[in-house]
Design a protein around this ligand. Structure first.
Ligand code: NAD
Length: 333
């Protein structure tokens, strides 16, 4: 079996590609390297180009007629950038995806796994959400994901296309074999900031201690990227049965357990030798309390649940931070 992976040179797409290879599925990667890394495509079928390039997609399908499905990870993902340059985000995430879909349908590739996001849910007061929870994204980035889901569902209803949207929660960790991980040297999420604080000896700032959560700090659902990759394998294998005659479907991918920022710090300090000190700071404007998922649908339809612990995710993030500069040549930040 072959699978086309758009954005396969990025953080999540490269992990999905590695998991496919390990499982005997051949990944064919399409990536324009806007944020992805050539180093993550070594020894893999790799086409450098844009998802909206119809001639390139025709060439890929002519050269790999065995492709049975597309995993669509390619997107721009930086929330503040989407606020300052919304036109670019709608163009790249929505318009280019629409063009790509036409090329997929023309080439007879009708199974689409879409990288969606928990960012589409209405801000929660620290509780859990499931796939039926209200959709109300807070940023243009989140809205491009919600718009894509709606657009894909409409197209699936009127064409042979079938879509499973996988709504990722908060990916952490790296491929356990360290073939790839986060490209950024200084990731802006809480675990990235913790790793930075650990390295520099500066205290870690807990931003917001008055949220309506069990200890007042924000809550997230940290899912190991290798578990996400395993969920894609499960979704590829059970694509048709999971849809059960429907034309489109959404599935949340998280651990099912919320972790507060204070709990994340405690887990981090249980993994490292020299603990990180913390200082408390006010909420950052616009930061919601956060949410975690109820995972019943992923269990029932994909037979999937996360297998790695929070400590595993922290350890693998640290291991990756230790090798990142040697894997990525000429790396920026
Ligand atoms: N990382 C997260 O926290 C997170 C959470 C939820 C959902 N997602 C979704 O998962 C997907 C992958 O995210 P990631 O964290 O791996 O980001 P990433 O930036 O590492 O990967 C995106 C990849 O897509 C490529 N790309 C972007 N636009 C392209 C285009 N027009 N043509 C060809 N290639 C293009 C980039 O070069 C990059 O390799 C995205 O769709 C994102 O919205 C990510």
């Amino acid at each position: 079996m072959k699978v086309l992976i758009t954005g396969g040179a990025g953080y999540i797409g490269s992990a999905v590609a590695s998991a496919c290879l390990d499982a005997g599925i051949t990944p064919v990667i399409l990536d324009n390297l806007v944020t992805g890394r050539r180093e993550f495509t070594g020894q893999r079928e790799f086409y450098e180009g844009d998802i909206s390039d119809g001639a390139l997609l025709d060439k890929i399908f002519a050269e790999h007629p065995e492709i049975e499905a597309t995993v669509h990870c390619a997107a721009l993902i930086v929330v503040p950038d989407s606020v300052s340059d919304p036109v670019r985000y709608y163009q790249w995430n929505v318009a280019k995806s629409l063009e790509m879909l036409q090329h997929l349908i023309r080439n007879g590739c009708h199974r689409l796994l879409f990288s969606s996001s928990a960012a589409i849910y209405q801000a929660s007061e620290g509780g859990s959400v499931d796939e039926t929870s209200p959709i109300a994204p807070l940023s243009p980035y989140g809205r491009t994901k919600a718009v894509c889901e709606l657009m894909f569902a409409d197209i699936a209803a009127g064409t042979p296309l079938r879509v499973v949207s996988l709504r990722y929660f908060n990916p952490i960790g790296a491929d356990p074999q360290l073939r790839s991980g986060l490209q950024l040297r200084y990731p802006s999420h809480a675990l990235g900031k913790l790793i930075e604080a650990h390295k520099s000896g500066e205290p870690f700032r807990i931003t917001g201690t008055d949220y309506p959560t069990r200890d007042g700090s924000g809550i997230r659902d940290y899912v190991h990227v290798w578990d996400l990759a395993a969920a894609h394998l499960a979704a590829l294998r059970s694509f048709d049965t999971a849809l059960a005659g429907a034309t489109s479907l959404a599935i949340n991918l998280g651990t099912g357990t919320g972790t507060t920022v204070r709990e994340l710090v405690a887990a981090f300090n249980s993994v490292v030798e020299s603990p990180v000190a913390v200082v408390e700071a006010p909420r950052r404007p616009g930061d919601p309390a956060g949410a975690y998922t109820r995972s019943e649908r992923a269990r029932r339809l994909l037979g999937w649940e996360s297998a790695h612990s929070l400590a595993d995710g922290i350890r693998d993030s640290l291991r990756w931070a230790g090798v990142r500069d040697s894997v990525l040549s000429g790396s920026g930040d």
